[in-house]
Design a protein around this ligand. Structure first.
Ligand code: PA5
Length: 445
């Protein structure tokens, strides 16, 4: 079970003030639970851990098994934002740090595309595909997003020229809306196996739908444990209590923001495998809360590496931030520091100690130093980085995000601001229908 510890905020925060924010969080909890808040037609994600069936998971496993029988060793997962980051963060967290170099081949390698518009990226992806036995999962809820559509056009044409139209169709799975969108039309016409993104689940809350589960499964990870972990977390999080970790987290981050003017939250990890959990979290909180001139800017650091870059700023720069530290109780591998006869590096005082012990002391020391430097510390504790705990962590952050955004007074489930760049891009690209906008934007250049 995920635990939240806010002791590292106590020197900044008055207990009565904290209680008042807990009260706000409990009210927001009711709004989320009773589905009475803004965006309440996008709350399907709340029930997912309980609704996912064995049959559904078997369908994903069947795709993985079919492709493995064909000898597929590369799957290109195409998607952007919520149609990308959930799968990416789980895979990074569960992968061996050196999986690529070790070339372990118990499942296809999953790489991502459609999350940028870099020509070099796509060209180099095709270099990789040329050397591999390739399949593709294309994911777009709306089915109209430009970045994945461009990537899919390239990958589809490549697969068709390499394997023929019929075999290419057997190597493509589409995940999109049940009825609408260009991807839906295309996948029906081409007879692709397809899965539906439920209407009431927004992209950044979709990791426990086919959007996240299929790529994670195809990459060989344990989706059953991931879902079980989310369900376990859900059972605790749906209890209305001031000890509920989502209440504690949502209350404290809003207090630090609204009362102390902390405009930035830095998610801190001490395990490189969690780098993309922070990327996923940044999208979740950034897109859910950053609107109507409100929100806490979500940032991240990867320690201890970033203690030697961003550490200086966090310790002594503008006092705009608080930190949320992703604490992991234990490592799953063991490396003990041995004594050395010469002790030239003067590290013998550490002999017999686990490296993770040093990591934990670096974490603790940093938290205390940052408190001294005026940076409040929240800790989100997980036991170990595995599929079960990760499922719990992702569900925890989603649930807390709903509560937190309702305290802040915004609709957590829309993203109207994302349209602005698209409008300009289409105008600049002279998309039919954008003639007026094209004229207007050219005058600005
Ligand atoms: O959270 C969201 O809804 C967005 O980030 C979307 O996931 C992202 O824009 C991609 O959209 P789509 O899946 O429709 O291509």
């Amino acid at each position: 079970m995920i635990k939240v510890d806010v002791k590292g905020c106590s020197s900044f925060v008055d207990a009565a003030k904290y209680e008042s924010y807990v009260a706000k969080a409990l009210d927001a909890f009711d709004v989320l639970k009773n589905e009475t808040g803004a965006g309440n037609d996008f709350l399907g994600w709340k029930k997912l851990p309980r609704q996912i069936t064995d049959r559904e998971l078997e369908d994903y496993e069947a795709i993985r098994d079919k492709w493995m029988k064909k000898g597929v060793n590369l799957v290109i997962a195409i998607g952007i934002g919520g149609s990308y980051l959930g799968a990416k963060c789980v895979m990074e967290a569960l992968s061996h740090n050196f999986a690529k170099q070790l070339k372990r081949k118990d499942a296809p390698e999953v790489v991502f595309a459609g999350n940028n518009l870099s020509e070099e990226y796509l060209a180099e992806l095709m270099d990789l595909a040329a050397e591999r036995n390739t399949a593709c999962i294309v994911i777009s809820k709306s089915g109209t997003t430009t970045e994945p559509a461009v990537a899919f056009r390239v990958v589809k044409q490549y697969l068709e020229s390499k394997y023929g139209k019929q075999e290419a169709a057997d190597r493509i799975v589409a995940i999109t809306d049940a009825k609408k969108g260009a991807l839906k039309t295309l996948s029906t016409q081409e007879n692709y196996v397809s899965f539906v993104v439920p209407d009431n689940v927004g992209g950044r809350f979709s990791v426990l739908t086919p959007v996240g589960l299929l790529p994670i499964c195809v990459a060989g990870f344990d989706i059953r444990a991931l879902v079980a972990g989310a369900l376990d977390a859900m059972k605790g999080l749906e209890i209305k209590s001031e000890n509920n970790p989502a209440i504690i987290y949502a209350a404290m981050r809003n207090l630090l923001h609204s009362e102390l003017g902390k405009s930035t939250e830095i998610l801190v990890n001490y395990n490189p495998k969690l780098t993309y959990v922070a990327e996923w979290w940044k999208q979740l909180y950034g897109e859910s809360e950053g609107k109507d001139g409100k929100g806490i800017y979500p940032a991240s650091v990867n320690n201890t590496a970033d203690l030697h870059s961003m550490g200086q700023f966090i310790q002594e720069g503008s006092r705009i931030m608080f930190e949320t530290v992703l604490h992991v109780d234990r490592a799953q591998r063991s490396v003990v520091i041995e004594a050395d006869d010469q002790n030239l590096d003067q590290l013998n005082f550490l002999s017999g100690k686990h490296v993770e012990h040093c990591n934990h002391m670096a974490e603790l020391g940093t938290q205390l130093a940052h408190i001294d430097g005026g940076v409040p510390q929240i800790a989100v504790n997980m036991e170990v980085v595995d599929a079960f705990n990760l499922g719990g962590l992702l569900y925890f952050f989603e649930f807390a995000c709903g509560i937190s955004a309702y305290i802040l007074g915004v609709n957590p489930f829309n993203q109207p601001g994302v349209e602005a760049y698209k409008k300009n891009m289409f105008a600049l690209l002279e998309k039919p229908g954008y003639e007026e906008a094209t004229k207007a934007i050219r005058e600005r250049l």
